[in-house]
Design a protein around this ligand. Sequence first.
Ligand code: HEM
Length: 136
Amino acid sequence: MKEDIPALSLHFFTQTLEIAPGAKRLFSFLKDTDEIPQNDPKVKSHAVKVFKMTCESAIQLREKGEVASGSTLKYLASAHLHKGIVGSHFEVVKEALLRTVEKGVGEKWCEDMKGAWSEAYDQLAAAIQAEMNKEA
Ligand code: HEM
């Protein structure tokens, strides 16, 4: 997947907006354009952060049985709270993420892999939302 980050990032946002067109207005780099900008570092940045943090969440779950709490989670919670992100948005991003990983891994995609990515994302999303609820 690493070799195809720009295309997969674009796919991630295309999927997000296909599932929830209204999400466009939430992103500063999408709200004033009709098309998702190609090769925009900001497009890549959000997609890569969601991919990477979900992978880190999987490692933490395996090593400690839970997603590590701390300043990163607090910062993420605060950033998303201020952007008006709510619980239902996390489901949209989960579906977009799963579709993107499926495209990225191709034939190797299977139910076990889907389960592992889902579990890692769900735990991370729950941890961010728990911090959001504390701050709200
Ligand atoms: C910004 C990660 C889920 C919408 C960010 C930032 C990070 C991040 C690291 C940059 C914060 C900053 O420096 O300002 C994640 C992770 C997620 C997640 C790891 C899930 C596990 C979501 C969801 C939405 C969302 C569900 C809703 C559609 C946004 C928006 C921004 C943002 C709108 C600001 C982007 C901009 O306009 O520049 N996210 N995010 N994120 N995120 Fe997420």
